[in-house]
Design a protein around this ligand. Structure first.
Ligand code: HEM
Length: 144
């Protein structure tokens, strides 16, 4: 009897932890975005350096591929939107991501033409797109 009570108590304490973990666990989109982040950060460090252009072009190809992949996932925030508005929400997200891919392609074109200063300027626009995209489509972080 005693051990049953202990088990029940343990379950009551542990179960909510799992529920919370499922809610805040990284989505496939989070994983894809993390890979975009790695590529983006590398580019910010070396885009102005012509000696690194071959590596920067390979990195920007990764950024473009991951961004295209990101279009296919639905953001978690979709579940917070009323059912009647979910389709519109996802369509707007997909538009945002596609526009981002276009911006990435512009950076790539500048780099291919060895225009490093122009590529660096265009890369800055990606940061703005990230901020706008996160504001519109990412779930706000829960306060601890
Ligand atoms: C340079 C460009 C970008 C970078 C480096 C980036 C990076 C990240 C990272 C690291 C995360 C996961 C961690 C976190 O919560 O912060 C994330 C999540 C997310 N990002 Fe981005 N992001 C970029 C652009 C965008 C754009 C353009 C959009 C939308 C049009 C977007 C939409 C989202 C969404 C919706 C999530 C949450 C994932 C989910 O709901 O499952 N991101 N991003």
């Amino acid at each position: 009897m005693k051990s049953r009570t202990l088990l029940a108590t343990l379950l009551c304490c542990v179960a909510p932890l799992f529920t919370q973990a499922a809610d805040s666990s990284p989505s496939e989109l989070d994983d894809t975005m993390e890979q975009m982040n790695t590529a983006y950060r590398k580019l910010t460090r070396q885009i102005s350096n012509p000696a690194k252009n071959a590596d920067s072009l390979a990195t920007i190809a990764t950024l473009r591929e991951r961004s295209l992949e990101a279009v296919k996932f639905d953001p978690k925030r979709k579940a917070d939107v009323p059912a009647a508005e979910q389709e519109k929400f996802v369509a707007a997200y997909q538009e945002g991501m596609k526009h981002f891919v276009e911006q990435v392609t512009k950076v790539e074109a500048a780099l291919k033409a060895d225009k490093n200063a122009e590529a660096a300027e265009l890369l800055k626009a990606l940061k703005q797109a990230q901020e706008d995209g996160h504001k519109q489509f990412k779930r706000a972080k829960k306060k601890a």
